[in-house]
Design a protein around this ligand. Structure first.
Ligand code: GLP
Length: 251
């Protein structure tokens, strides 16, 4: 794991975008980018749009694979991750990503197990994920793999931890009852299959999870600790998120 700490949040986005551009250029065939939601990747997407507007970058011809999706929200709801990712990335006015190239798990499927297998098959058919962008839950989750999830898990429907529901209620006007109970997420084994991973965490609220992920034991109590096993992970932090680490280099 390569841990880097940046004072300036724009540097975090710039470094992440640098990784994305390199990974998408060096992938064989048509490249695939794993995209995350939540607040952590917001500046990365803004920078990708900026670079697209300047004619320096495009996601046209790139496939984008989402990490996860809520179950039980109305089609088109602003909080659905398909909506969020569409608003961030889709179309020539954003990053050039085409609608048909955005793949999101079908969390509302009547048969979630089959839908999850179908999603795994889709990733395989795309040739795997070249670079997966990740955020980090304050409880150590990645995607929606909550504490206690098996490291061997592949895409599956999961019940959200109450701490996650409370944390994400801010996207539902802080009305906890509107926050879904279930979501479909790539499993930890699915995420680990990505050739490269870039994880962004900012703020003191993530500091304990960052410490457990980077310097704690490999344990399903901290799902993100499995990233210690991946050969190419960059962890991009601000000083607050890095504050519980021992001896981290400053960039
Ligand atoms: C959410 C998402 C994750 C995200 C994480 C952190 O619940 N399912 O994919 O990385 O929690 O979110 P944020 O970046 O908003 O702190």
């Amino acid at each position: 794991m390569q841990v880097q700490v940046y004072e300036d949040p724009m540097r975090i986005a710039a470094v992440a975008v640098g990784h994305i551009e390199t990974a998408l250029q060096s992938g064989e065939g048509s490249p695939t980018l794993g995209v995350a939601t939540g607040s952590s990747p917001g500046e990365v997407y803004a920078l990708l749009r900026h670079r697209h507007a300047a004619g320096e970058f495009s996601l046209r011809g790139v496939s984008a694979v989402a990490l996860d999706e809520y179950r039980g929200l109305p089609a088109g709801a602003a909080q659905r991750y398909r909506t969020v990712l569409s608003t961030e990335l889709l179309g020539p006015e954003r990053t050039g990503l085409r609608q048909e190239d955005l793949h999101v798990p079908d969390a509302d499927a009547v048969d979630p197990q089959t839908a999850a297998m179908h999603f795994e098959g889709r990733i395989a058919a795309l040739g795997g994920v070249d670079l997966q962008l990740l955020g980090l839950g304050a409880n150590g989750h990645i995607g929606f793999n909550e504490p206690g999830t098996s490291f061997a898990a592949r895409t599956h429907l999961t019940r959200l931890a109450e701490s996650t529901r409370r944390a994400n209620a801010r996207f539902f006007d802080h009305e906890l009852h509107r926050m879904p109970q279930y979501a479909m997420t790539q499993g930890l084994a699915t995420i680990l299959d990505a050739r490269e991973i870039v994880l962004i965490a900012v703020g003191a609220g993530k500091a304990e999870a960052v410490r457990a992920m980077v310097q704690g034991p490999l344990t399903e109590d901290c799902p993100a600790s499995i990233l210690q096993e991946h050969p190419q992970v960059s962890v991009l932090l601000d000083p607050a998120a890095a504050s519980q680490l021992n001896g981290t280099p400053r960039s």
